[in-house]
Design a protein around this ligand. Sequence first.
Ligand code: GRF
Length: 192
Amino acid sequence: MVKLTGLNKIKTSVFISGTGSNLKNLIIFSKTKNSPISINLIISNNTNAKGLRYASQFKIEKRIFNFKNNKVAEKNILIYLKKNKINFICLAGFMKILSKNFIQKFKGKIINIHPSLLPKYKGLNTHQKAIINNDRFAGCTVHYVSEKLDSGRIIMQKKVKISAKDNLTSLTKKVLKKEHELYPASILKIFS
Ligand code: GRF
């Protein structure tokens, strides 16, 4: 686990592939005086990721890497992380699986947000699975990234009740709202 030692905030990179609502939320959080992190680099595998707009909006450096060859992409990402003195990584809707080698290099310094109450529903389509199974609760988890997908140590979770009226859209919205509370709370917990 990383400890906040100096007066400076921990230089953090957020990895995204899509909308970036968690990224936006983390940027806003990072600007508060309580935040132990600053966001200095946004990384994506997807040129069309909507969330990339927050890079220009908040004047944060962004880099896009082509994952056609994962090894090359990761090698180049590591160069940028080093160049920007990044020592903490938040995955936020990043749709690529990072290699064992990459994870080792940032051991205990990569966290992810997943839209289910892990260990339930690893992988994709978590809300659909919860609805199909008539679950009473859904939720989200922030966890350390380990070599096994969605299996690293859990930092924090938040639950939401699934009501009879819920569908995929409403449940996604409900959980996302909780995600926006959970990600900053988890970061505070890690560095407290
Ligand atoms: C979130 O539901 C997150 O848990 C999952 O992907 C989604 C990303 O949403 N990993 P956004 O791009 O942050 O809006």
